[in-house]
Design a protein around this ligand. Structure first.
Ligand code: ARG
Length: 459
């Protein structure tokens, strides 16, 4: 396909150069944004008297038809074109003749591409936020169902203190709510119109940037033409926010993978979200969770690629910046793909409460509560801690738990113990008493759920 910038050149572009230079294979996904952006630009050109109103109308009509034709499949995007901007303008000119050639007045591909990516990423960011919100709501429902399901909480991956499964799930909700917040904040800075920056130095035509911004749903216009065309912070921010999303999904996946193992058996994934082995008939593998954990690496890679592309280029536009698209599109697509599989996997997983409760009964996770009981009897915490440590050592020697150790043995270690200790170390009571704000008591988890839902529903 002929290049738009041919005038200065005497020779045809080498095939290898064209293939290397072309971005159509990945930027064709912005066809709708490109055309919608061009329609707004053409309207502005007509309204400002930069081109005749009749020509602006023709251009708008032509662009609308091209959009319809691409959507219906009547018009195929030419994969030999240099990029989507060139393709659309070329097609318009083929349809309208000289009128089509007026579209690019007061515009450069540099501000055009900056506009298109922002428009596309605004849409994608909005979709990802909605997907994260659905996941949060699924987690809130699961947490509600499991707000009294006792499980061991861990530090250093050692059983530590009793919590509930509902509380554990709400920890992930807290992370995802921050992710949503980060994406909403990124969206704000994305929502600035770069069109009108020209190639780098604005334009001599009397353009109306605010009119275009309003037509395309942008909050404001960029304030410096060099920055307008060379800023890709919104890609970096989005890739960074998405990387953090993937950190969260990956940690969650890691836990799910462990919980599915015979060593834990805290949850069972639905058959629709598990796979088998080609050789071992007994296997049920948590492939979805493993893939999500693995795909986090891709998204971190995309962020690194974007940071590296941007860090050394002088102002303003440089062709290096064409590399932004594959990386940020991959990050967006990967996160969406992960969420699409992850949310229903969580929704359909069975929680094996009895196994969690049985695991909680081992590992002396009520030892802190036992020490707190002695503190309640007047003993300083450090002494209570020491006495409980001795009790645990005794239990280990005898192969019993704090629940099954006799009162006589308790008294041998500390005279302050009485029958009440058994109630104090009962796991259900231990959790019920942890009513501190943000704690695991069912009442506190209910509050966390209500707050999360409020945030999601924008109350
Ligand atoms: N395909 C290019 C990109 O994605 C469009 C901008 C081209 N501008 C230029 N001066 N070559 O960045």
């Amino acid at each position: 396909m002929a290049q738009l910038w041919k005038g200065r050149f005497k020779k045809e572009l080498a095939k290898e150069t064209n293939d290397f230079n072309s971005s159509i294979k990945f930027d064709s996904r912005m066809f709708e944004e490109d055309i919608t952006g061009s329609i707004a630009h053409a309207m502005m050109l007509g309204a400002s008297g930069i081109i005749e109103k009749s020509e602006s109308d023709k251009i708008i009509g032509g662009l609308s038809e091209i959009l319809d034709d691409i959507k219906s499949g009547k018009l195929k995007i030419d994969m030999d074109a240099e990029d989507i901007h060139t393709f659309v303008e070329g097609e318009l000119t083929a349809r309208l003749g000289d009128t089509g050639k007026r579209l690019h007045t007061a515009r450069s591909r540099n501000d055009q591409v900056a506009l298109d990516i922002r428009m596309l990423l605004k849409k994608e960011t909005t979709e990802i936020i909605a997907m994260l919100k659905s996941l949060v709501l699924v987690l809130c429902d699961k947490a509600e169902e499991n707000k009294s399901a006792i499980m061991p909480g861990y530090t250093h991956f050692q059983r530590a203190q009793p919590i509930t499964f509902g509380h554990h799930l709400m920890a992930y909700t807290a992370m995802l709510l921050r992710d949503i917040d980060r994406l909403e904040s990124t969206f704000k800075r994305m929502n600035v119109l770069p069109l009108g920056s020209g190639a780098l130095a604005g334009t001599t035509y009397p353009i109306d940037r605010n009119m275009v911004a309003e037509k395309l749903g942008f909050d404001s216009v960029s304030q410096n033409s060099l920055d307008g065309v060379s800023d890709r912070d919104f890609c970096l921010e989005l890739a960074s926010a998405l990387s953090i999303v993937m950190v969260h999904l990956s940690r969650f996946s890691e836990e799910i993978i462990m919980w599915c193992s015979w060593e834990f058996k805290f949850v069972e994934l639905d058959d629709a979200f598990s796979t088998g082995s080609s050789i071992m008939p007994q296997k049920k593998n948590p492939d979805i969770a493993e893939l999500v954990r693995g795909k986090s690496g891709r998204v971190f890679g995309d962020l690194t690629a974007l940071l590296t592309v941007m860090k050394g280029i002088p102002l303003a536009y440089n062709k290096d910046m064409q590399e932004d698209k594959e990386a940020i599109f991959d990050a967006v697509d990967t996160v969406k793909m992960c969420l699409k599989a992850f949310t229903p996997m969580i929704e359909t997983m069975t929680v094996l409460k009895d196994n969690m409760r049985a695991a909680a009964a081992k590992g002396f996770i009520n030892a802190t509560d036992c020490a707190d009981y002695l503190v309640g009897k007047g003993l300083p915490f450090r002494d209570a801690y020491k006495a409980t440590g001795e009790l645990v050592a005794l239990c280990i020697d005898k192969g019993v738990t704090l629940e099954t150790l006799s009162l006589e043995e308790y008294k041998k270690i500390c005279g302050l113990f009485d029958e009440g200790v058994y109630e104090a170390i009962n796991l259900e009571n231990c959790v019920l008493k942890r009513l501190s704000q943000g704690g695991p008591a069912p009442g506190s988890v209910e509050k966390q759920i209500a707050l999360a839902k409020q945030k999601i529903n924008g109350e």
